[in-house]
Design a protein around this ligand. Structure first.
Ligand code: F6P
Length: 195
């Protein structure tokens, strides 16, 4: 059975500053992860000629994929991070201080909460449908390099986790989640390549 490898991009400069959204490049740590990931993928998928690498259209995933050699790379806008609308580029602290009602509303119902002029988790889940259909159709392995909220939703789909858990699933940086779909169900392995 073919594996699907899910990973967040390497640490970005906005991750270091605690800012959500944006389109920054990688920190030094993030660049190191990109190299380690390339090593891992090239070894793991050495014999898999038809494998492909899917990223979002944001710099941090494209840069994370860039050291990986030997496989085609495809960009999907549907793999872009949840869009925080007017809160894009803010820290959680700034949202709490400047827009306390928004902060509280999100805390109360993170799944349904939609950022003003932005998206909710439900919006993200809906826009992922074509990606999921295409992933299901693939016969060869796929490496998906995306973002925290998007990967929570994708992971929940394959691991059969309930909708209400999605916004709260743990999705750490610098970790690969390998999903294998076999006849007996779904198997999962995690590889933490660095802190
Ligand atoms: O902080 C990184 C990030 O990918 C942000 O860009 C995004 O808004 C956030 O994570 C999503 O996680 P949560 O839904 O827990 O805020």
């Amino acid at each position: 059975p073919r594996p699907i490898l899910l990973t967040r991009h390497g640490e970005s400069k906005d991750n270091v500053r605690g800012r959500i959204g944006g389109d920054t490049d990688l920190s030094d740590n993030g660049e190191l992860y990109a190299k380690k990931l390339a090593n891992f993928v090239e070894k793991r998928l050495k014999t898999e000629r038809a494998a492909s690498i899917w990223t979002s259209t944001l710099q941090r995933t494209i840069l994370t994929a860039s050291p990986i050699g030997g496989f085609p790379k495809i960009q999907w806008r549907a793999l872009d991070e949840i869009y925080a609308g007017v809160c894009d580029g803010m820290t959680y602290e700034e949202i709490k201080k400047n827009m306390p009602e928004e902060y509280e509303a999100r805390k109360k119902d993170k799944l349904r909460y939609r950022y003003p002029r932005g998206e909710s988790y439900l919006d993200v889940i809906q826009r992922l449908e074509p990606v999921i259909i295409e992933l299901e159709r693939q016969r060869a392995p796929v490496v998906v390099i995306s973002h925290q909220a998007v990967l929570r939703a994708l992971y929940a789909y394959f691991a059969d986790r309930p909708l209400k858990e999605i916004p709260h699933l743990e999705m750490p940086l610098h970790t690969i989640i390998e999903i294998q779909m076999g006849v007996t169900g779904v198997q999962e392995k995690r590889y933490k390549l660095m802190d």
